[in-house]
Design a protein around this ligand. Structure first.
Ligand SMILES: Cc1cc2nc3c(=O)[nH]c(=O)nc-3n(C[C@H](O)[C@H](O)[C@H](O)COP(=O)(O)OP(=O)(O)OC[C@H]3O[C@@H](n4cnc5c(N)ncnc54)[C@H](O)[C@@H]3O)c2cc1C
Length: 399
C-alpha cells in the first residue's frame, strides 16, 4: 500500500534535485577519489553523510518521529542511484540502515534517546558483530558468550570479518546468553562500546591488499545490562528483522551504471589493435551492457512489487545473486580490457600522491584491479549466493 509521501513523489524532479545537491555539496576531493576508484578514508564517508544530514537526506527512510522523512523504498532507491551516478561514496549501513530500524522497533526510550541522534549525525561509527569463525551462513551456531554478573554481562569470544571495526566506536553484536535449548534461542542483541577494556581488534587484509575487515576478540569485556536491545534471549528475532532491511541496496545499479561508462572509456582507450580481438571484446561488452539493463529492469519491477505489497519473498535474494554475479563479470571484463596493465596491481597507488595522475595507466590498473578483487567478496557477505539460491529454490519449489 502507498503512503502519502509515496504518492506525491515526483521521480524526475527528485533526480534533478539529488544531482544538483551532489554537484554542490560533495567535497571535490571525495568525488575525485570515488570517480577514480582511489582509497577513501573515514573522513570521506563521514563528511558526505554529514552533508546529507544537513539536507535531511541521511536517515530519510526513518520515520518522521525519529528525525527521518518516511521515504519509501522507491524514493530511497532513486536517491541512492543518483548519488552513485554522481560519484558519491556509499552510505555506511551499520548504524543508519541496520541498528537504527532495530532501535525504532525494539529499543527502549532511553536507548533511542542515547543512540539515534549520533547515528543520524554520523558522530558514532557502528560495526556489525555477527559472524564468527564457526558461524557465518549458519549464524545461529554463534558461541561468543555473555554471562550475567551483577549489572553487567561479561563477554568472551571472538567475532570474524567485522568490517571497519578499527574505525568503530560501537558494535551491535549477537552473543549467546543461554546454551540450553535450540541454537536460535539464547541469543541476545547487545551494544558494545569498542573502547571497553578487554577488546582487541586484529586486522584482516583481504585479497585486494586493503584492510577493510577484522577479527575482534573479547576477553572478559564488561557490558552494562541496559545495552541489551529487546529481550534477553530474543536476539534471533532482531537479527532476522535487521537482515530483512537490507534489500534496498542490493543490486547497487547506480554504481554499476557509472562503472559501465568507465568500462566503455577503458575499452576506447586500450582497444586491441587486432580486429578479431576487438570484435570479441565488443560482443562481450554488449552482453554485459544488456545484462545491466536487465538488472535495472528487474530491480525496478521488484521495487514496484514491494511498493504495492506484492512481495514474492525472493526479490532480495534474486537481486543479490544477479547483482553480485554481474559485478564480478563486469570487473573481470574491465581488467581484461586494460590489456597488459591489467596484470599489474599495486594497491598503494590507490592512495594517490604527488605526481600520480588518476588517469595514469598504472593508477587505473590499481583502481580496476581493486574493483575486480574486492568484487569477489560481494557474493559472500550479506548471505552467500549459495544460501540465497537455497532461499529462492525453497520458495519457488514450495509454491
Ligand atoms: C569482506 C567481508 C566483509 C564482511 N563483513 C562482515 C561484518 O561487518 N559483520 C559480520 O558479522 N560479518 C561480516 N562478513 C561475514 C559474512 O557475512 C560471512 O563471511 C558469510 O556469512 C559466510 O560465512 P562464512 O565466511 O563463515 O562461510 P561459510 O558459511 O562457512 O560458507 C562456506 C561456503 O559454504 C557454502 N555454504 C554454507 N552453507 C551452505 C548451505 N546451507 N547450502 C549451500 N552452500 C552453503 C557457502 O556459500 C560458502 O561458499 C564479511 C565477510 C566478508 C568476506
Amino acid at each position: 500500500m502507498h503512503t502519502p509521501s509515496e504518492t506525491t513523489f515526483d521521480e524526475q524532479a527528485f533526480r534533478v534535485q539529488v544531482r544538483a545537491f551532489v554537484e554542490t555539496h560533495l567535497a571535490a576531493e571525495t568525488r575525485h577519489k570515488v570517480r577514480n576508484g582511489l582509497y577513501l578514508d573515514k573522513a570521506d564517508y563521514v563528511g558526505w553523510q554529514k552533508a546529507l544530514r544537513a539536507r535531511g537526506w541521511f536517515g530519510a527512510t526513518w520515520p518522521g518521529e525519529y528525525g527521518g522523512q518516511d521515504w519509501s523504498v522507491q524514493q530511497e532507491h532513486v536517491f541512492l542511484q543518483e548519488c552513485a551516478l554522481s560519484a558519491a561514496p556509499m552510505l555506511i549501513p551499520y548504524g543508519i540502515n541496520m541498528l537504527g530500524p532495530v532501535l525504532h522497533a525494539f529499543g527502549t526510550e532511553e536507548q533511542k534517546r542515547k543512540y539515534l541522534p549520533d547515528i543520524l549525525d554520523s558522530d558514532t561509527w557502528w560495526c556489525q558483530g555477527y559472524s564468527e569463525p564457526n558461524a557465518g551462513s549458519d549464524l545461529a551456531s554463534l558461541s561468543t558468550s555473555a554471562v550475567r554478573d551483577g549489572d553487567c554481562f561479561v563477554v568472551n569470544g571472538t567475532k570474524m570479518w567485522t568490517t571497519e571495526a578499527h574505525w568503530a566506536d560501537m558494535m551491535h553484536c549477537l552473543v549467546r546468553t543461554d546454551k540450553s535449548g535450540k541454537k536460535q534461542q539464547g541469543i541476545t542483541f547487545l551494544l558494545i562500546d569498542m573502547n571497553s577494556p578487554g577488546i582487541t581488534v586484529e586486522p584482516i587484509v583481504t585479497l585486494d591488499g586493503v584492510h577493510h575487515t577484522n577479527q575482534v576478540f573479547f576477553d572478559n569485556v564488561r557490558v552494562p545490562v541496559e545495552n541489551v536491545v529487546g529481550k534477553e534471549g530474543d536476539g534471533w528475532t532482531l537479527a532476522k528483522f535487521l537482515l530483512s532491511r537490507e534489500r534496498g541496496f542490493i543490486a547497487d545499479t547506480g554504481n554499476k551504471m557509472r562503472m559501465m561508462r568507465q568500462i566503455k572509456a577503458t575499452v576506447a582507450r586500450y582497444a586491441p589493435t587486432c580486429a578479431d580481438k576487438r570484435a570479441v571484446q565488443r560482443a562481450r561488452l554488449a552482453q554485459l551492457d544488456a545484462s545491466l539493463s536487465a538488472l535495472v529492469a528487474l530491480e525496478h519491477d521488484y521495487i514496484e512489487a514491494w511498493m504495492d505489497g506484492r512481495d514474492d519473498g525472493i526479490g532480495a535474494s534474486v537481486l543479490k545473486v544477479r547483482g553480485t554475479e554481474l559485478l564480478q563479470q563486469m570487473t573481470e571484463f574491465w581488467r581484461d580490457a586494460l590489456g597488459p596493465y591489467g596484470a599489474c596491481y599495486d594497491p598503494s597507488l590507490r592512495k594517490g600522491g604527488p605526481g600520480l595522475a588518476a588517469n595514469e595507466p598504472w593508477v587505473q590498473a590499481a583502481s580496476v584491479n581493486y574493483a575486480y578483487l574486492y568484487g569477489r567478496c560481494w557474493s559472500i557477505f550479506g548471505g552467500t549466493n549459495e544460501v540465497q539460491r537455497n532461499i529462492i529454490a525453497a520458495t519457488l519449489l514450495r509454491g
